[in-house]
Ligand binder design. Sequence first.
Ligand SMILES: CC(C)(COP(=O)(O)OP(=O)(O)OC[C@H]1O[C@@H](n2cnc3c(N)ncnc32)[C@H](O)[C@@H]1OP(=O)(O)O)[C@@H](O)C(=O)NCCC(=O)NCCS
Length: 217
Amino acid sequence: MKQTYIIRKETEHDYRAVEELTREAFWNQYVPGCDEHYFVHMMRSHPDFIPELAFVLELEGKIIGNIMHTRSRLVDEAGCEKQVLTFGPISILPAYQRQGYGKALIEHAFSAAMRLGYDTVVIFGNPGNYVSRGFRSSKKVNVCLTGDVYPSSLLVKELIPGALDGRKWIFHESPAGECCADTEAAAAFDATFPPKEKRWQPSQEEFFIHSHSSIVR
Ligand SMILES: CC(C)(COP(=O)(O)OP(=O)(O)OC[C@H]1O[C@@H](n2cnc3c(N)ncnc32)[C@H](O)[C@@H]1OP(=O)(O)O)[C@@H](O)C(=O)NCCC(=O)NCCS
């Protein structure tokens, strides 16, 4: 990372730039094309969206990265609920990836989240991007989806070590992402951006492997 950057809260004026950068970062990454920019667009009006934790990273006046969060829930076997955070999408423009900007955004968000009283972040993601930020396998902290299934991509960061106290939890993601099931609406939104070629690339196979793998006890 060579240049000076700032991280600040997203404002309404940033909305389109953030959607554009999300599209650039995710395009063809996990499937041919992407719908994450539509998710970003819709998420902001969902009740689980946390505007205080939507940040952009600016380099010489240009937004090159962002991170957004929603509220999600853990429920223990006695039915007790705990509110936790989920981030995503997180995006860095391709030309600036692998230079530490994503790390800077995540660590900025961790500090802000702790100031708001959150102690745990639970995400679905490629472990390679997040283990160096202290995210651990969901299996190690006893956070599952249902039964004894611990998806390999389900990752947990205790912002306060021991916050989950070892008991078994079931993760309930926010339904905010369900908007993407409306593929026609997502395609109509995508058509408001410049045309871009959808194609296969190897990262899609890596995504398939991660998203179809679980630890089952
Ligand atoms: C994922 C993403 C946000 C990461 O941001 P980034 O700025 O590229 O990543 P960073 O340079 O901060 O590196 C983060 C970690 O990734 C790993 N990493 C970095 N460069 C790497 C490389 N060349 N090869 C393998 N791993 C690498 C490291 O673990 C690094 O942490 P460390 O430096 O503390 O060891 C960014 O690449 C991106 O926007 N990707 C496309 C969209 C996406 O996939 N979003 C996440 C969905 S789960």
